[in-house]
Design a binder for this molecule. Structure first.
Ligand code: NAD
Length: 336
């Protein structure tokens, strides 16, 4: 059985990455699109077999409630729109898959969780790495003790941002700079690789404020997470250089991914150095996105909680708020 998805936001991710993935899915199909651009919406609908009745804009969005073909709404909009479009979807009686970062603030995350709960609908966050074979294999090997006792974790994530007018550089739309967009991958990896929750953060921001890209948001932010076992995670994100790396150091060896969280081409080494490259077994879906889309559909069909539910996005947002506070106040912030 295939459940019907409505994709909200036909931008780089929604249209460029997600929509072409339905062909790889077993339990998910595209039945509707929501866009402010009627010409684009019509073209995309025609290309992907979405009926005219499945085309919506941001004004008539709430009328998705009258379309029984739509089971799940996938929010692929700028971060400032995540809360509104998630809550409106829940009120229209639809389950929601919402992109990362979940929202502008933990308060917004809480209201999204509450709205979905009240409507009796599921809420999942688009943390695709939980369906990505290299990350799953690295995590499995770390948990199986292949590198002994984990002592230290490192991750750097970033890219050289070259579009100065993008919404990602406008604080009101993005909530912040590289941390919200890319540092969240390092934060997520620190949590899912260690299987622990951090007890404190310490962060430092380095931004060239004379660079026109960074008038409103941070460029580089380094943050340290301290875990109950004593593991330290040292993470960094930036908008001024390309980085995509995850490293776990145990007392018996290392697990390293580079790139670690890319769309394609991730690589994994286990042991000492990079002599032993691993090809992981297939993940849960034909691609990480198919795995993600089908996981949500199956959670709805089987009435299960998604493995990356709204609460997971909220946890990250609380830590991100503490990271920003630490950088601002230049002191260690205890969590919980
Ligand atoms: P984008 O700018 O390419 O697309 C955003 C879409 O929202 C566009 O279609 C745009 O027209 C629409 N939109 C509607 N109202 C808008 C407004 N007021 N201002 C700007 N755009 C508006 O962005 P994107 O890269 O597709 O990102 C969308 C979401 O997906 C973000 O939350 C982002 O973090 C997330 N994302 C996730 C991944 C991932 O790997 N999980 C990758 C890329 C993006």
């Amino acid at each position: 059985r295939k459940l019907g998805y409505a994709i909200v936001g036909l931008g780089g991710y929604g249209l460029g990455i997600i929509i072409p993935q339905f062909k790889n899915c077993q339990h998910s199909k595209l039945v509707a699109v929501v866009s402010g651009d009627p010409v684009k919406a019509k073209k995309v609908a025609a290309e992907y077999g979405v009926p005219e009745t499945g085309i919506y804009d941001y004004n008539n969005y709430d009328s998705i409630k009258n379309n029984p073909d739509i089971d799940i709404v996938y929010v692929c909009l700028p971060v400032s729109m995540h809360a509104e479009y998630t809550i409106r979807a829940a009120k229209a009686g639809k389950h929601v898959l919402c992109e990362k970062p979940m929202a502008l603030s933990s308060a917004e995350c809480e209201s999204m969780i509450a709205a979905c709960k009240q409507a009796g609908k599921k809420l999942m966050i688009g943390y695709r790495c939980h369906f990505e074979p290299y990350n799953l294999e690295a995590r499995r090997r770390a948990r199986a003790g292949e590198i002994g006792k984990l002592r230290y974790f490192r991750s750097e994530h970033g890219f050289n941002f070259n579009n100065p007018t993008a919404w990602r550089l406008k604080k009101a739309m993005s909530g912040g700079g590289s941390l919200m967009d890319m540092g969240i991958y390092a934060l997520q990896a620190a949590r899912y690789m260690t299987a622990e929750e951090p007890i404190s953060v310490y962060a430092r921001e380095t931004t060239d404020k004379s660079d026109p890209r960074f008038r409103e948001v941070e460029d580089m932010i380094e943050f340290q997470l301290e875990f109950p076992s004593g593991v330290i995670a040292s993470c960094m994100s930036m908008y001024s250089a390309n980085q995509n790396h995850i490293l776990l150091m145990g007392d018996k060896g290392r697990i390293e991914l580079e790139p670690g969280t890319s769309y394609n081409g991730n690589r994994l080494w286990v042991g000492n150095g990079r002599s032993n490259e691993i090809t992981p077994p297939p993940g849960p879906g034909a691609t990480q996105w198919a795995g993600q889309l089908d996981h949500m559909a199956q959670c709805v069909i089987q009435d299960r909680q998604p493995i990356v539910a709204g609460e997971e996005g909220l946890r990250d947002m609380r830590i991100i708020e503490a990271i920003y506070k630490s950088a601002r106040e230049q002191k260690r912030i205890a969590l919980r």
